[in-house]
Design a binder for this molecule. Structure first.
Ligand SMILES: [Zn+2]
Length: 67
């Protein structure tokens, strides 16, 4: 809810990656890694799930206890 209006950079958006934002490719939902994604932990690792459409956005193996 804190989206800042800002000018579009001409062609350089390499700085975007520093924000660690995630996209849902299904519905376009966008939120930072610490945003409103649903994180499910299974035997095969973490799944980050879109809260809007339920698509798995990120699936990654368990690295160990990150909390
Ligand atoms: Zn989605």
């Amino acid at each position: 809810m804190s989206e800042r209006p800002r000018a579009d950079p001409p062609e350089d958006d390499t700085q975007e990656s520093e924000k660690m934002a995630l996209f849902c490719q299904e519905c376009g939902h966008e939120s930072p890694m610490t945003g409103d994604w649903l994180v499910r932990e299974g035997t095969d690792g973490y799944h980050v799930v879109c809260p809007d459409c339920g698509t798995v956005v990120v699936a990654q193996p368990v690295f160990g206890a990150l909390a």
